[in-house]
Design a protein around this ligand. Sequence first.
Ligand code: PMP
Ligand code: GLU
Length: 425
Amino acid sequence: MQSMTGTIEISLSDRVDALRPSSTLAVTALAKQLKAEGKDVLSFAAGEPDFDTPEPIKQAAIAALKAGQTKYAPAPGDPETRRIIAEKLATENRIPDVTADHVVISTGGKNSLYLLFQALLDPPSAGKQPQEVILPTPAWVSYKPQATLAGGTIIEVPATAANDFKITPGQLAGAITPRSRILCLNSPSNPCGTMYSPDELAALAQVVAEAAATTCPELVIITDEIYEKIIYGGIEHRSIGSFPEVAHRTITVNGLSKAYAMTGWRVGYCAGSGEFGLRIAKAITKLQGQLTTCIPTFIYPAIRTALTECAEDVERMRQQFAQRAELIHERISAMPGIVCPKPTGAFYVFPDISAHFGKTTASGALIDSAQSFAKALLNEKLVACVPGEDFLGSGPNCARFSFACSSEQIEQGMDRLAAFLEGLN
Ligand code: PMP
Ligand code: GLU
């Protein structure tokens, strides 16, 4: 098409035109920008720990740099680091039949997930049925775009605040069809802040095993356990890949961003069990070999240090998150018209704020969606949260508040939120 300036307007791919930008990253960037402009913004947007990376982890990377570990590494990652990850998965997560050869290290859990969707899904084509990705919602913003980019069709299974945003085995059974290819789980959950108990996971595993034995032999579970260490509600974290009936069709995704406060380092990994796990590792190594090669080489020793020497740091941060979870939940759930499940894992609360839809703010803005709620809260009270629309399901009734910030900020932010709600008419 000819543009006004007379040059040809060059088109982009349909794939990228259809892609929505990440709303979590967008709100976080906006809050940072407003702060940089000198505005007194209290941000509850960021999905990253406010803590610094523990010192021994930094020192390990510095030493590796100084020792000249600056060349390419094998595409799936340095063998010793993969061995340590495999050992962690086998002992801590009780995942069977997992060795260094099953582990692939990538640039963030986000990248591991992307590679997995690419390795497992095909777009519908002549003679090929659409491949369905079952996604309990609300769900983190990137699963749907990533699965869709790979050609998958998202089948949402909606959960509600009343059920702590967890789906039931009956709901899962009802969503499975002969076209089901992937069940995508995330416990503890971003954005919900809730998690499945071992018994609840066992029941979901049972449904998958039964479907796999009858209608869906190709059904695979991708389980994103990136928040596994940030738990505080008395519920034990259990990896669904540890249940024998589904172990050999489960791929566990994890990363160092959250537990070790290493978001900017970009370290994620995944592994499956047995024969299928090896095939998956080979497939995503092939993809990675054509896409990114490997993560920066001097980071491998830092991963080893994190996984073997930093349990005390993880515990120190966990305790802080636990206190903040208590504080923010107490404050927010006491506010009028708010329904908020108690957080038990990760560092988010996801209150249902829809009782306020239809009201007008003190400055005259109409609140008719989570988007307009978050926008008005930022404009009028300088509090940033992520509106729930892109988390799907009942997300549009909710807003995500991350409590990866100080208790003082939580107190102040909740004071402002309470004043905002009081001003609604
Ligand atoms: N999964 C979930 C549920 C997340 O919240 C995040 C954080 N953005 C990721 C995966 C990816 O994190 P990273 O790429 O930093 O490992
Ligand atoms: N996972 C974080 C969040 O949900 C970081 C941003 C992103 O990757 O989406 O806010």
